[in-house]
Write a protein that binds this ligand. Sequence first.
Ligand code: ADP
Length: 356
Amino acid sequence: MAIISDDSGLEKRVKKNPVIKPETIEYDNTFENTIRPKDFESYIGQTSLKETLKIILEAAKRRNKPLDHMLFYGPPGLGKTTIAGVIASQMGVEIKITSAPALERPRDIIGILMSLKGGEILFIDEIHRLNKVAEEILYPAMEDFTLDMTTGKTQTAKTLRIPLPKFTLIGATTKAGELSSPLRDRFGMIHRLEFYTVEELAKVVERTAKILEIDITPDGARAIGMRSRGTPRIANRLVKRVSDFAIVKYDGKIDERVANESLDILKIDEFGLDNTDRALLNLIIEKYDGGPVGVETIAAALSEDVRTIEDVCEPYLLQAGLLQRTPRGRKVSPEGYRHLGKKMPSMQTRLFGEED
Ligand code: ADP
């Protein structure tokens, strides 16, 4: 099985048509696999999503019908893939996981659709990156459970309608706005995943620590949760990094002091910002008087690609109120200046309505 989720979650290398049993979503990234929640109880937070899903799942079971197609969106690492696995497991069906960049040729999507069995779930990650041809194959598949295939040359062309089993498509994207409206309209449920609270992240950290047999105090878990940018994937990564420090530099146990000192050494600040985030804010402040400045300019100056800036860095900076998005570009907020210990230029201060 070859599904690798890197740290940013942006690039997933996916083997075609992996069949995944509900109880064992297999990822060759064993760390992610061991700690990935498999049921609603261990899936922390996202309460309204879980409540809605429980009802939808129960109704589908009672009607003996497959689930409606669902779209989950939000920044990487918030649990879109994980919730799809939980749904499959709760429904007792298999889930086939792929991602849009792996569906380049028509035969890729046709192959995976034809391999589905009734009730199964097809998960397409980064669904906003589907090409037009693949999208058009999906429309009748999603709506009428048919594959419309054209055979022959233009004048003698015939359309064959091949019935497909009733399946459920779960799409995930960091950019719901980039989905074409005909595709978006075919999802019966669209849900945005929220950033997690510090308490929820502390629970994620405690759960992961328990699975990995890492000794941690509640304060230690909270300290890591506070610096995890609202994101479980980051919380999981940090607990492992801090545990390395705890073993090498301390007595192996993570308490609040060990967590904070280790995270300081890792240059993750009390807001969870890392060097790239701070470089982004500093760049706007120092080179562009606090902004506004276009995302392309920021990306070029930081030698990052625009997608990484937009999908990985910005959502949290915006949510934390450190950055603002305006029609003319990105601007550092008064809170952003304060966080970096910088003084706002007086013109900006007046625009933001702050005292000098
Ligand atoms: P996405 O698909 O949104 O990029 P994933 O579903 O791959 O994110 O989640 C990233 C990691 O974070 C997973 O390995 C999982 O262990 C953890 N995770 C995500 N959501 C939760 C949650 N609600 N509770 C506990 N752990 C979670």
